[in-house]
Design a protein around this ligand. Structure first.
Ligand SMILES: Cc1cc2nc3c(=O)[nH]c(=O)nc-3n(C[C@H](O)[C@H](O)[C@H](O)COP(=O)(O)O)c2cc1C
Length: 184
């Protein structure tokens, strides 16, 4: 069955991302079109990229790189849950993405973002990065507002309409993940 990772892109203590990622997982788990798994970057404890050889060569030396590569290789597509830090994604997520190459290729990705303008700028950066990694990024996107989808900017309380949009994101990610399977 198609396997989709929901990648939690914030490692910050007290992060809002955890509640967002769990919301995504809860909704995804109600579907029968794919297997969905939460992948928390905090569990992988990746240092700043410390491999001597560029990831596109696929010669990983460290145990943390091999563990991260095996995890990402096991999926057909991704939903990135990303905060917006200084008009981009988090450094932790960019670093985790940079660690690998082939493990991302010919897969699909969608985005669930949050920030003062829905994390829109973070996702625009991620879409550029996806192009370099040969990841097909879908159009639909959940953009959560810190002002209206969180109480006091910290308690996640998404407006109901986001659930439908998330459904479209998942529809598109699963469809493209399956369509790209012949290239993998
Ligand atoms: C270093 C840093 C930079 C931030 N820059 C932005 C920003 O440029 N735009 C924005 O909308 N929010 C910004 N924020 C607010 C974050 O979007 C908000 O704190 C969010 O909850 C962060 O996600 P997290 O709690 O899951 O780590 C920033 C927060 C931090 C910690």
């Amino acid at each position: 069955m198609t396997k989709i990772a929901i990648i939690l892109g914030s490692t910050r203590p007290g992060r809002n991302g955890e509640a967002v990622a769990k919301w995504v997982l809860d909704i995804a788990k109600q579907r029968s079109d794919a297997e969905y798994e939460l992948v928390d970057l905090a569990d992988f404890k990746l240092p700043h990229l410390d491999e001597a050889i560029p990831p596109s060569m696929g010669q990983y030396t460290h145990a943390h790189t091999k563990a991260w590569a095996a995890k990402i290789a096991s999926f057909d597509g991704f939903v990135f849950v990303t905060p917006e830090y200084n008009h981009s994604t988090s450094g932790a997520l960019k670093n985790a993405i940079d660690y690998l190459y082939a493990e991302w290729n010919n897969k699909a990705a969608g985005f669930v973002s949050y920030g003062s303008v829905g994390g829109a700028r973070a996702v625009e950066h991620l879409r550029l990065i996806m192009g370099e990694l040969q990841v097909a990024d879908v159009r639909a996107q959940v953009a959560l507002s810190l002002a209206t989808d969180f109480v006091n900017y910290s308690q996640f309380a998404p407006a109901p309409y986001h659930t439908d949009i998330l459904g479209t994101v998942l529809d598109q990610v699963v469809a493209w993940s399956e369509a790209l399977s012949s290239l993998r």
